[in-house]
Design a protein around this ligand. Structure first.
Ligand code: NAP
Length: 253
């Protein structure tokens, strides 16, 4: 099997992160599967990668905690050279209007979705940048079509946190473009995962499907394939790119 170096996938225990971890393991990355709470689910993802002949380990850690992020990257260092970071961990919340949002909700939303991704990217750049002795690498951030739609009456705070990811992707990409580090993002539309139920809307995908341009949601694998391509050397001239994987949802002319 190829040895592509280490890929950290934050939130790799289920959904898009788990699909990304599995594809990465099959491609030849040594995968560090991060998770927040569900150790058994993360272990099952890593075990599936190893059963298929790949390398994988798990690491618990809240991406919104600086101490946890530092420990996560130290665990990655023990696996080998960091080649790629997938900033996938993300959360939504119960539908709410902005007028009713608490400070605690806003802090959690931005701490995990935005600050977590920035902290992880910081640690990745410290290891990858050729100005710091690194050999380059790739960072792929998970944005959302919500960043363009705004998600009114549902979770404008989530949309804003993902909008910040878009700006961060462009800015960091320019900052480290001459240092061997590429920074891209994927902007998924409605994808069939547990995130909708975690926000109190288990039927969201089924309800929205008929109104989507392709009349169906996307799968975690369909997003993971885009992530893997952006992380790979095949995408060597793509940086600062934000790829919509939304079946034409939220596509503007
Ligand atoms: P998901 O099924 O809810 O999975 C979320 C993953 O993130 C889980 O592995 C969870 O781990 C982990 N996680 C949650 N909080 C964390 C934290 N503080 N630190 C580390 N890991 C944490 O989500 P998904 O649908 O696959 O979404 C993945 C990414 O795509 C997110 O950034 C999301 O915003 C974005 N996205 C999803 C959709 C969609 O329709 N599904 C659309 C647009 C964008 P535990 O299980 O251990 O808690």
């Amino acid at each position: 099997m190829n040895d592509l170096g280490v890929m950290i996938v934050t939130g790799g225990s289920r959904g898009i992160g788990a699909a990304t971890a599995r594809l990465a393991g099959a491609a030849g990355y040594a995968v560090l599967v991060n998770y927040a709470a569900d150790a058994a689910a993360a272990a099952a993802v890593a075990e599936a990668i190893r059963a298929a002949g790949g390398r994988a380990e798990t690491a618990r850690g809240d991406v919104g905690s600086e101490a946890d992020v530092l420990a996560l990257f130290e665990a990655a260092d023990r696996m080998g050279r960091l080649a790629a970071l997938v900033n996938n961990a993300g959360v939504v919340d119960q539908p709410s209007r902005v007028a009713d949002m608490s400070l605690a909700r806003l802090e959690r939303m931005f701490r995990i979705n935005t600050i977590g991704s920035v902290l992880c990217a910081r640690e990745a750049v410290r290891r990858m940048s050729t100005t710091r002795g690194g050999r380059g690498g790739a960072i792929v951030n998970l944005s959302s079509a919500a960043a363009k739609l705004g998600a009114p009456d549902q979770y404008v705070d989530y949309a804003a946190a993902k909008g910040a990811i878009d700006a961060f992707t462009v800015g960091l990409a320019k900052e480290v473009a001459a240092e061997g580090v590429r920074v891209c993002a994927v902007r998924p539309g409605i994808i069939e995962t547990d995130i909708h139920a975690s926000g109190g809307l288990p039927d969201r995908v089924a309800q929205l499907a008929p109104s989507l341009p392709m009349r169906r949601p996307g799968s975690a694998d369909e997003v993971a394939r885009a992530i893997l391509w952006l992380a790979s050397p095949e995408a060597s001239y793509s940086t600062g790119a934000i790829l919509d994987v939304s079946g034409a949802r939220a596509i503007l002319p």
